[in-house]
Design a protein around this ligand. Structure first.
Ligand SMILES: [Zn+2]
Length: 487
């Protein structure tokens, strides 16, 4: 085999995103013979963060042998739509379920980019300001920073045609000589840890990219998998490397919030992300429904993508935990219950405005910065009979974060509202494992890995988690953006 880079003394891994931050995942794995990119996600958050997406990393995309995707969350897959424009023409390797999610994620991302440009031109870009209390006063700057279009529908469709689904747990040969294998990551349906094997100096070396690691007590998804021997290098996420969350408390808190809403006719608004959180909450509502606790209390899933995510999950019973899998084999869905309404159109979402009395609405986006949740908030922030229930991390500078921190008067898209509804928090219903889960996952290899690269974690998470791992002969790297790690 001819060497691409005869000067390369060791294989290397370079993070071109999610290095000391939690979005923009992009990891390049190189040997002297082959180059493979794992994930190509968007940077998310403040407008200036999102502008970084328009600057592609210094990679010769035409010389990549393959791209492998861990899962269909935008911070891991959101820039794949740029690949054909950047000169990449090879396969995009994904799991079975991810291959069914990805085309729709890319298409809706393209739509959203055009909508944002149009809104900016028309001066109608979503915005919010916190007016009271004084110490929280702030305004979003979405209207000041012009959005960019990274790719269009045609690019998204072209890239979707490059997607190749491979079976779980079996080696698959890539062009250029590397091999790839997918292991369950228990994060969202189809989420994988990606193992690559490459040749160096006549020996085979293995690197495993964890992707996002789900909690061990995820009641919905099949359990984590590990390779039969520890890889030479582990690239590991540590989003919650500094935080402990207790799922048991989360379930109890969730149940109490819902019981109260059912008994007192309250309206619950859940800001959710479409893949992961929405399905987990659906499963919890389904459990309460089977227990007879919902009665006539209706639940509305107001997100076309979340409805699609549930459908894909139901098509892959083998990716589910044993209990939900048994239900699927009996012809039932762990996500279905009589009080559930899966909404797929804007007009169905508008119809919710005329509903009186208690109900639950699960709507995106999870940070309350766009999507139908904004409309529901405008309708109900001043309503004392409503609770806004946050079930996950809220990005700094988002409306969700401001409400959680106690904003009492806000202006959303030009409309001023007093916050009279209840703000509730159910911490721990998460697709991300906490610190204990991450440590347990790391201990799951048959031998302790000797070399680890930490990605997906802010500085506190990386330094705290690094200290926990850097014992017993394990070397831990927390490289800067673009800084290669040899192995
Ligand atoms: Zn994810």
């Amino acid at each position: 085999m001819a060497s691409l880079d005869p000067m390369m003394t060791s294989p290397k891994v370079t993070l071109f995103g999610a290095a000391g931050e939690v979005t923009g995942s992009c990891t390049l794995v190189e040997s002297a013979f082959s180059r493979v990119l794992v994930d190509f996600g968007m940077f998310q958050g403040a407008p200036e963060q999102e502008l970084r997406n328009a600057e592609p990393p210094p990679i010769d995309f035409a010389k990549l042998d393959a791209v492998v995707l861990t899962h269909a969350h935008v911070d891991h897959c959101g820039r794949l739509g740029m690949l054909s424009r950047l000169g990449f023409n090879g396969p995009i390797i994904v799991s079975d379920a991810t291959s069914e999610l990805l085309p729709r994620v890319l298409r809706s991302s393209a739509t959203l980019q055009f909508v944002r440009v149009e809104e900016h031109g028309a001066g109608t870009a979503p915005s919010f300001e916190v007016l009271e209390p004084a110490h929280l006063v702030q305004s979003s700057r979405a209207r000041d920073v012009p959005p960019v279009v990274l790719f269009g529908h045609r690019d998204a469709d072209r890239v979707a045609k490059m997607v190749r689904a491979i079976p779980w747990s079996a080696w698959h040969e890539l062009p250029g000589g590397m091999r790839v294998r997918l292991h369950h990551a228990c994060h969202v349906v189809g989420a994988a840890s990606v193992e690559l094997e490459l040749e160096h100096d006549g020996a085979r070396r293995r690197v495993l990219c964890s992707g996002d690691i789900g909690p061990f007590n995820n009641p919905l998804l099949a359990a984590h998998q590990w390779p039969e021997r520890a890889p030479d290098l582990v690239v590991m996420e540590c989003t919650n490397g500094h935080r402990s969350l207790r799922e048991q408390d989360a379930v109890r808190t969730f149940d109490a919030v819902v019981h109260d809403a059912v008994a007192n006719g309250r309206r619950l608004l859940f800001p959710v992300f479409a893949l992961g959180r929405a399905q987990q909450l659906q499963q919890h509502f389904a459990r309460l429904s089977r227990d007879g606790a919902l009665d006539g209390f209706q639940v509305y899933l107001d997100s076309g993508m979340a409805v699609h995510g549930a459908t894909v999950l139901e098509r892959h019973p083998r990716l589910l935990a044993p209990g939900p899998q048994r239900m699927m084999l009996r012809g039932e869905s762990p996500l279905e219950f009589p009080q559930l309404h899966r909404l797929t159109s804007r007009s169905q979402s508008e119809d919710l405005r005329s509903i009186r009395g208690g109900c639950a609405i699960l709507a995106g986006s999870g940070f309350c910065d766009a999507g139908p949740i904004v409309r529901h908030l405008l309708d109900h922030l001043e309503d004392e009979g409503t609770s806004v229930v946050f079930t996950g991390f809220q990005l700094e500078g988002s409306l969700g974060r401001a409400l959680l921190e106690g904003a009492t008067r806000v202006r959303v898209n030009g409309h001023e509202r007093r916050v009279r509804c209840r703000i509730e928090r159910v911490e721990g219903v998460s697709g991300h494992g906490d610190r204990e889960d991450l440590l347990r996952w790391f201990a799951g290899f048959p031998q302790r890995p000797t070399r680890v690269v930490l990605n997906h974690g802010i500085a506190d998470a990386r330094s705290g988690f690094s200290a926990a791992l850097a014992t017993d002969g394990t070397t831990v790297h927390a490289p800067a953006l673009g800084e290669p790690v040899l192995f």
